[in-house]
Ligand binder design. Structure first.
Ligand SMILES: Cc1cc2nc3c(=O)[nH]c(=O)nc-3n(C[C@H](O)[C@H](O)[C@H](O)COP(=O)(O)OP(=O)(O)OC[C@H]3O[C@@H](n4cnc5c(N)ncnc54)[C@H](O)[C@@H]3O)c2cc1C
Length: 391
């Protein structure tokens, strides 16, 4: 009998949610991750997480917005699961200790790009940090065996994995190793918002083992990478700046796009504006446009953007007093391994959740749905893998 029922690869929000859910379903779980347990993209997420809590909103409306933003390429079976389980995913996070920002007796909700309603819950502007900390605390207090500095090198049927210096045998495996935008940006000579562990080799290991993937070529540019000052280059300026009133302006001070359009549309509009000669240049010669953050009300900024303000002010720029410079930056892998509604890949006994999986966002993700996907499908993967291991 293998030493473990479930082996989870990766310690971002999806891996932590999967490990915890598998353990709570009675499985013997190991979690192996490439660096420290804290190292992941999930912890860097600032903006928030979507769930239909507004009185004028519903899971169906949320699903409709995803369908449109994905340009009708998302897998609607996965989307229906995502949006209908969003409220319970939020309550699960609250039980683990996440305290979402509240106002007037309810959640403080913002509207994000491509959304027809206010639907984005936030923990200030450190939502990913709060979610991963709560999940990490729960995993560390559980019976899950955590193997840090243990990158997956090899996965052989059965399942036998070589992770760092360890050989681990498990009945089922959950791949939660995130996307590849850090490596892709290096190859393209561009900036990326991603952490250095986002290199994609686990996807390749799964493909080599025969797993199917979809939309792997569809990489997302965050419309608002920081362009200046130099130490803010590659920083992802939260989309909530635009949700709270910031607008994109060209060199002549004109609005040239709907600042809250779908991500790919907004990013393309910026690139096109610069190509038309209507952009501006950073002092080190990079292309940019303005994000007029002076239109954000001080109170909104203090409640929902304190980290962003701190970062810019310590770099010598006050976004409430002057416009900031921005340009699209490589951010997210839209596609990934094909999964079903239990997060099972096309390989028996292998599950995938989070950014490594494809289908939920089609070819263009809406902001705030990735953290949600990590929690909803992480939980599903954990429960399904634990059940499968017992059979
Ligand atoms: C700056 C930034 C801001 C964002 N803001 C938001 C937001 O506001 N809302 C939202 O919904 N989404 C946001 N996103 C996207 C979202 O955070 C990520 O897509 C999501 O958290 C990915 O979670 P994950 O668990 O799939 O992967 P990650 O969090 O990237 O975790 C992957 C884990 O796998 C490990 N790993 C990688 N390779 C290996 C290997 N070979 N062996 C073992 N382990 C490995 C990594 O070390 C890491 O621990 C943001 C992303 C970034 C970068």
């Amino acid at each position: 009998m293998p030493a473990y029922d479930v082996l989870v690869i990766g310690s971002g929000a999806s891996g932590l949610a999967a490990a915890l859910s598998a353990e709570r379903s009675g499985a013997r779980v190991a979690l192996a991750t490439k660096g420290s347990i804290q190292s992941c993209n999930s912890a860097k997420a600032q903006g928030g997480i979507q769930a239909a809590f507004g009185e004028d909103d519903s899971p169906e409306q949320h699903a409709e917005d995803i369908w449109k933003s994905s340009h009708e390429t998302a897998n609607m079976e996965l989307v229906t699961v995502l949006t209908s389980e969003a409220p319970s995913a939020i309550h699960w996070l609250e039980e683990l200790g996440v305290e979402f920002t509240r106002e007037n007796g309810g959640y403080r909700l913002a509207r994000c790009g491509g959304a027809s309603r206010k639907r984005l819950l936030q923990v200030g502007d450190r939502t990913g940090h709060a979610i991963t900390k709560a999940l990490r605390d729960a995993v560390e207090a559980s019976t899950v065996t955590v193997l840090t500095n243990s990158p997956l090198h090899e996965l052989n049927e059965g399942w036998r994995a070589r992770v760092g210096e360890h050989d681990v045998e498990a009945s089922t495996v959950i791949l939660a190793a995130g996307g590849r935008c850090f490596r892709e940006a290096e190859v393209r000579g561009e900036l990326s918002t991603n952490h250095p562990g986002a290199t994609g080799e686990v996807t390749q290991i799964a493909l080599d083992a025969g797993a199917e993937a979809r939309d792997l070529d569809a990489l997302q540019y965050h419309p608002n990478g920081g362009s200046w000052p130099q130490n803010m280059q590659g920083y992802s300026i939260p989309e909530t700046t635009r949700a709270y009133g910031a607008v994109l302006l060209n060199a002549d001070g004109e609005e040239f796009t709907d600042s809250l359009g779908p991500r790919d549309v907004v990013a393309q509009a910026i690139v096109d504006e610069v190509a038309k000669g209507k952009g501006v240049q950073t002092p080190d010669g990079r292309p940019a446009v303005y994000l007029d953050t002076t239109r954000i009300a001080r109170e909104d900024a203090e409640i929902s953007l304190p980290y962003m303000l701190r970062r810019y002010r310590s770099a010598g720029v006050d976004p409430l007093a002057e416009k900031i410079l921005t340009y699209p930056v490589l951010h997210y892998q839209n596609g990934g391994l094909v999964i079903d509604t239990d997060a099972k890949t096309t390989l028996d006994g292998v599950y995938a959740c989070g950014e490594i999986a494809g289908g939920t966002h089609g070819r263009n993700r809406m902001m705030g749905n990735s953290l949600l996907e990590c929690v909803v499908f992480g939980r599903r993967a954990g429960r399904a893998a634990a059940t499968a291991a017992r059979q």
